[in-house]
Ligand binder design. Structure first.
Ligand code: GLN
Length: 398
C-alpha cells in the first residue's frame, strides 16, 4: 500500500509561504477535515470526524423555518438572544443546581470552538502558561499559541484516563493562567466527577489560575452516570469558563451554535474578543432554540439513552473482533485498543485501517504532545445501523 499521508502535521501546502512568517505553521489542516476528505476519496466508512448521522428534532427545524420567515434575519444581540440566554440559565439551574445571571454570565458563540478560542484569547498573555490534560482536543493548543502562551501537557492516567493530581500539581506554577479540562472527554469518554472538581479547586486555591472546562458533550453520559459541571463546584465557579454546544445536543453540528458560561468579569473579557471574531451568532437559529427549549426542555436528557444504544450496538457488532475496549462512559466516541492486531503506531495503523480495510478513525496522537502510551484509535458511533454494521463487518476482518 502507498504511504500514509495523515501523520502530524497534516500539510495544508502553505508552510513555506515566502511573503510572511506563517502562524500555526506546524499545525496544517485538522485531522478531522483530513480524515473526512480521505474517507470520501477512498469510499471508506467514516467513523473519524465526530458528527451524527441523525437530524435535529423535526419541531426545531420547523421553528428555524418559522423564524426565517418572521423577520429574525438581522444581527442578534452580541451576547445572544435574551430569550435563549434565559432558557440556558434555566437549564443550568435545573441540571446543575446553580444560579447563573443570563444577561451578564452567558455568551452565545459560533460553536464551542469559538467559545474556547475567545476564552483563551481573552485571558492568556504572552509568556503565560496553560496546562492541558493529554489527550486534549485539538483546538486548545493552537489558541494558546496564537495568544503567545506556553502549553504544558500533563498526561491523563491510564487505564481510565483519570486526572493525575500529583502531576497536575507539579505543572502549576505562578505563571499558570489557565487549566483546560474536558468532560465528558473527547476522545476517551472519561468523566470528571464531583471529587475531581473538589481536588482541582484545592489545588488552585491561592493561585490566580483560571479554568476552562469544555463540556460540549454534557448530555452524552451513559450507564446511569451523571454529568457534573465545573459550575457546580463553588470554588471553581468563580474562576471558570464552561463551554457548551447546541450542535451536540440537537444533532446540528453544522449550525455552529454554542455558548460560554462564566462569571460577569470573565464573560465581559470573553465578549471583548467575541465581538471582533464573529460579533454575534445566527439570529433565526437562536430564536428557534429559545422556543424549542421552552417547549421541550428535556430533549437533552433523552439523548443519553439514544446514544448509549448506538454505543452498545457498535460494541455488540464488534464481538469476535481482535479489538479490545472499555465501553465509553460519555461522548459519541469509543476508543478501541488494537495492540492484539498490530505493533504499528496509531497514525500508521489508522492509515492501514483506512487504506486496506476501508474504515476511517482518528489517531489519538493528534490530541497529544507526546505519543500516547496506549495503542488506541477513536471511532465515532453516532451513526446509522447500516453504517455501524458495515464498519463492524470490516473491523471484524482486521
Ligand atoms: N468535535 C468533532 C470531533 O472531535 C469534530 C471536530 C472538527 O471537525 N473540528 O471529531
Amino acid at each position: 500500500m502507498g504511504t500514509v499521508p495523515i501523520s502530524p502535521p497534516v500539510s495544508d501546502g502553505n508552510e513555506g509561504c515566502p511573503h510572511f512568517p506563517a502562524k500555526l505553521a506546524s499545525v496544517g489542516t485538522t485531522i478531522f477535515t483530513t480524515m473526512s476528505r480521505r474517507a470520501t476519496e477512498l469510499g471508506a466508512v467514516n467513523l473519524g470526524q465526530g458528527f451524527p448521522d441523525f437530524e435535529p428534532p423535526a419541531r426545531l427545524l420547523e421553528l428555524v423555518a418559522h423564524h426565517l420567515g418572521a423577520r429574525h434575519n438581522q444581527y442578534a444581540p452580541m451576547a445572544g438572544v435574551p430569550a435563549l440566554l434565559e432558557q440556558i440559565a434555566e437549564k443550568i439551574a435545573r441540571l446543575q443546581g446553580v444560579g447563573v445571571d443570563p444577561a451578564a454570565e452567558i455568551t452565545v458563540t459560533a460553536g464551542g470552538t469559538e467559545a474556547v478560542f475567545a476564552a483563551i484569547t481573552a485571558v492568556v498573555h504572552p509568556g503565560d502558561e496553560v496546562v492541558l490534560l493529554d489527550p486534549a482536543f485539538d483546538c486548545y493548543a493552537p489558541a494558546v499559541e496564537l495568544a503567545g502562551g506556553r502549553t504544558l501537557r500533563v498526561p491523563l492516567r491510564l487505564p481510565g484516563l483519570s486526572i493525575d493530581f500529583d502531576a497536575l500539581g507539579r505543572a502549576i506554577t505562578p505563571r499558570t493562567r489557565l487549566v483546560v479540562v474536558n468532560t465528558p472527554h473527547n476522545p476517551s469518554g472519561a468523566l470528571i466527577g464531583a471529587d475531581d472538581w473538589r481536588r482541582l479547586a484545592a489545588l488552585l486555591e491561592g493561585t490566580p489560575a483560571l479554568v476552562l472546562s469544555d463540556e460540549v458533550y454534557e448530555h452524552l453520559v451513559y450507564d446511569g452516570k451523571r454529568h457534573v459541571s465545573v459550575l457546580a463546584e463553588p470554588r471553581l465557579r468563580t474562576r471558570a469558563f464552561a463551554v457548551f454546544s447546541f450542535g451536540k445536543v440537537f444533532n446540528a453540528t453544522g449550525w455552529k451554535v454554542g455558548y460560554c458560561v462564566a462569571p460577569a468579569e470573565l464573560s465581559a473579557a470573553l465578549r471583548r474578543v467575541h465581538q471582533f471574531v464573529t460579533f454575534s451568532v445566527s439570529s433565526p437559529v437562536q430564536w428557534a432554540l429559545a422556543d424549542y427549549l421552552a417547549e421541550d426542555p428535556d430533549w437533552g436528557e433523552r439523548l443519553a439513552a439514544f446514544y448509549q444504544a448506538r454505543r452498545d450496538r457498535f460494541l455488540g457488532l464488534l464481538a469476535g473482533s481482535r479489538f479490545v475496549w472499555a465501553p465509553s462512559s460519555g461522548t459519541y466516541f469509543q476508543l478501541l485498543d488494537y495492540s492484539a492486531v498490530s505493533d504499528e503506531d496509531d497514525i500508521s495503523f489508522c492509515g492501514t485501517l483506512l487504506e486496506r480495510h476501508g474504515v476511517a478513525a482518528i489517531p489519538v496522537s493528534h490530541f497529544c504532545g507526546q505519543p500516547p502510551a496506549a495503542r488506541v484509535l477513536r471511532f465515532c458511533f453516532a451513526k446509522s445501523d447500516e453504517t455501524l454494521e458495515l464498519a463492524a463487518e470490516r473491523l471484524r476482518r482486521v
